[in-house]
Design a protein around this ligand. Sequence first.
Ligand SMILES: NC(=O)c1ccc[n+]([C@@H]2O[C@H](COP(=O)([O-])OP(=O)(O)OC[C@H]3O[C@@H](n4cnc5c(N)ncnc54)[C@H](O)[C@@H]3O)[C@@H](O)[C@H]2O)c1
Length: 273
Amino acid sequence: MRGVALIGCGAIGGVIAKAIDDGLIPAALLYVVDADRGRAERLAASLRNQKPAVASGVDEIARDPRVEVVVEAASQEAVLQYAEALLAAGKELVVLSVGALVRPEARPLLAKYGGRVHVPSGALGGLDALRALALAGVESVELVSRKHPSKLADEPYVRERGLKLEGLREPLVVFEGTAEEAVRAFPRTLNVAAALALASGAPVRVKVVADPSTHRNVHEFVARSKAGTLYVRVENVPHPGNPKTSYLAALSAVELLRELCSARCSSAPNRNG
Ligand SMILES: NC(=O)c1ccc[n+]([C@@H]2O[C@H](COP(=O)([O-])OP(=O)(O)OC[C@H]3O[C@@H](n4cnc5c(N)ncnc54)[C@H](O)[C@@H]3O)[C@@H](O)[C@H]2O)c1
């Protein structure tokens, strides 16, 4: 069994810990850690089969040779803060806050340790085909993310600009920019833009649309390459056990960990493009 540590004990971290506890991921959960220690303690206490220690900090995890895989489910800042120490200690790192990986600060990290940084496909599909197209060169990727206005109203980007979305009758484009700009503007919800940038190696144009006609979070992308054009549309529903996170995004993280923890050699998945 591979030893796993979890950084971040919120919505997605809770789903991952439960999947390990239920035996869906063949691993031993050795540590949980969270900036809010109470959250880590509550999560550890809620598990029936696994008995993870609540780590005092990420250094404790980096030092423990039993930990082979570390899952980050915290924030972009957590990735930038802890990834170097964990990767330098030889750990495999599963990054949920994928937005961090398209920030310039992460470039040296990916160049040095990219083979041990793993990225789930999240609330999207088709990234395997996108990575294949990237071998022939992807010319452009366009992503349109649609959400109901009520789901965007609390986003800091929307509040800071004083955008009024209440009572909207027609779709309204609230953001247009690159993947890097998108993950800074919507750090918690546009990991898909970063995943596309990493998989394609191409510039990604992102549009965020407040759409009163949709009650699902819908992501559509089109990728153009001389090897073909890829068009993908995914309609996301909330996780039944934790409506704060997308069902598909949670499943994709669980599936990646299942594969990583089942593979004990170099065939382990690496999906950072
Ligand atoms: N790629 C994907 O498919 C995907 C899916 C869901 C969530 N996410 C990302 O995963 C992250 C967590 O999402 P969530 O919905 O579980 O959020 P959440 O707010 O429910 O939980 C995050 C937890 O991490 C902790 N945390 C934040 N920064 C920390 C740090 N520097 N050190 C230690 N703990 C820290 C917080 O205290 C909190 O308990 C977010 O960045 C989100 O964008 C990615």
